[in-house]
Design a protein around this ligand. Structure first.
Ligand SMILES: Cc1cc2nc3c(=O)[nH]c(=O)nc-3n(C[C@H](O)[C@H](O)[C@H](O)COP(=O)(O)OP(=O)(O)OC[C@H]3O[C@@H](n4cnc5c(N)ncnc54)[C@H](O)[C@@H]3O)c2cc1C
Length: 420
């Protein structure tokens, strides 16, 4: 590597989505920029986004974006207005990437390769003249009073490097999928600078469940079901629309569960939460009962356990029969009204006990992070530490799936890059 200057206008810590957007934006404004990434390549997490296809934003109207931001949507108003989802699409299309919009407004590259998204960013970085330092881990911020004067890093060869910078941008991501490099350094930097942190916790993450029902059902995917979560008495969360969930060896996952995990606050799990599954959300209890009467009439001489095949996937039948308490060998035509009522109540409200969310290793996002009270939403600069900026998932902002988390990374990165 060529000898680096000792000082830059801007040092960006982290070569992920938000860091690359910050660095490109700042360098195109003529600032001298260095972007420092601890991995051997840029965008390691971006590479695995959208199952390797990268859902890079959502093509919905602006108000819809805020509706999908679960934490601190108002903080995002100014940066999203300045760099909208359309601006994101234009940025990538102008970089030669063809895009397509799929179900729910999700925007992907036509190639279905996240690597193409990274290529555009890396290409823009090169054109902009930003210096890229890979295999280099930032260890600390160089702080003096209420100012950040740059960073101290360690290169892959173990050499300590001090870089002076008028502006330092922390774009280190959160704590989720630490194998991609996002392992919480940015939160440590923020603490060292005396900034407040909202405690981090895993979001968009599967649930571990008590008991053995999930293990018995592992591999089963349910479509068109609804879920809600209670603490036994009070409703904590209810899915807006029917959707998909699946059972795993440890509990439950799938879109409905990930969304629930993103909305429910960490502390709530201490209260012993319950997952309620409505297996037949399209039918009210009365209509469902009539449907069961019809099914039983058609299967009158079959045993109860063999008469539910039209109503439920086969893997679920022994579990539902067990929960119903009805003798599985009883003939369908002799199931009593009370036994039917119990069956209906299980189908409309199958209750399972939640142990808690899985860990950061499996969480799509980190909830919590640098408190937005500490940050100017227009510039991303820390209010109490001049020259120190934050962008992306390190901030206490998070959203549902659909491209919204990357939109947060692009918009906050653009805001920081426009101001540094
Ligand atoms: C499996 C998975 C799928 C996802 N799919 C989507 C999707 O399709 N759409 C969507 O909108 N969102 C998706 N997300 C979320 C999205 O990837 C993140 O919100 C986004 O990447 C955050 O960008 P960031 O730049 O803030 O952090 P990151 O992308 O995590 O980048 C941070 C970078 O900083 C580097 N770094 C950290 N500490 C240091 C240090 N001390 N020194 C130097 N470098 C450092 C890290 O190595 C990393 O490269 C997905 C997440 C996961 C885990």
């Amino acid at each position: 590597m060529a000898e680096l200057p000792e000082a830059f206008d801007v040092a960006v810590i982290g070569g992920g989505a938000s860091g690359m957007m910050t660095a490109v934006t700042a360098a195109l404004r003529g600032r001298s920029v260095v972007i420092i990434e601890k991995n051997e390549k840029l965008g390691k997490k971006l590479f695995i986004t959208g199952k390797g296809r990268c859902n890079l934003t959502n093509a919905c109207p602006e108000e819809e974006i805020y509706r999908h931001i679960v934490t601190n949507d108002k903080f995002m108003y100014s940066s999203i207005k300045r760099f909208t989802n359309q601006d994101v699409m234009d940025f990538f299309e102008n970089g030669g990437l063809r895009l397509k919009t799929e179900r729910g407004g999700r925007v992907f590259p036509v190639s279905d390769h996240s690597s193409d998204v990274i290529k555009v960013l890396a290409g823009r970085l090169k054109e902009s003249g930003a210096e890229i330092m890979l295999n280099t881990c930032v260890r600390k911020l160089n702080l003096e009073g209420d100012r950040c004067l740059g960073i101290t890093a360690v290169s892959g060869e173990g050499k300590e490097i001090s870089i002076g910078a008028e502006s330092t941008v922390v774009a280190t991501g959160g704590l989720s999928y630490p194998s991609t490099g996002s392992d919480g350094d940015g939160l440590r930097f923020a603490k060292e600078a005396g900034l407040g942190i909202s405690p981090p916790c895993p979001g968009l993450v599967p649930y571990e469940m008590k008991g053995d029902i999930c293990r018995r059902l592992q591999g089963l995917s349910l479509r068109n079901v609804s879920v809600s979560v209670t603490d036994g008495t009070r409703l904590i969360y209810k899915s807006d629309d029917p959707g998909e969930m699946l059972f795993t060896h440890f509990g439950v996952s799938g879109p409905l569960i990930l969304t629930a995990s993103s909305v429910i606050k960490q502390g709530a799990y201490d209260r012993g939460l319950k997952l309620h599954i409505d297996l037949k959300p399209a039918l009210d209890a009365e209509t469902l009962d009539k449907r069961i009467i019809r099914d039983f009439a058609e299967n009158s001489n079959k045993e109860f356990k063999n008469s539910l095949g039209m109503l439920l996937p086969s893997k679920l039948i022994p579990v539902v029969v067990g929960l119903s308490g009805t003798d599985p060998y009883k003939k369908a035509n002799s199931v009593t009204r009370e036994e039917r009522a119990k069956l209906v109540s299980i189908l409309k409200d199958m209750v399972l006990d939640i142990s808690g969310p899985r860990g950061f290793e499996e969480a799509i996002i980190t909830k919590g992070g640098v408190s937005v009270k500490e940050i100017d939403p227009k510039t991303m600069e820390a209010r109490r530490c001049r020259g120190l900026f934050f962008a992306g998932e390190v901030l206490d902002v998070d959203a549902l799936t659909g491209g919204f988390n990357l939109q947060i990374a692009w918009s906050t990165g653009y805001a920081a890059g426009s101001y540094v």
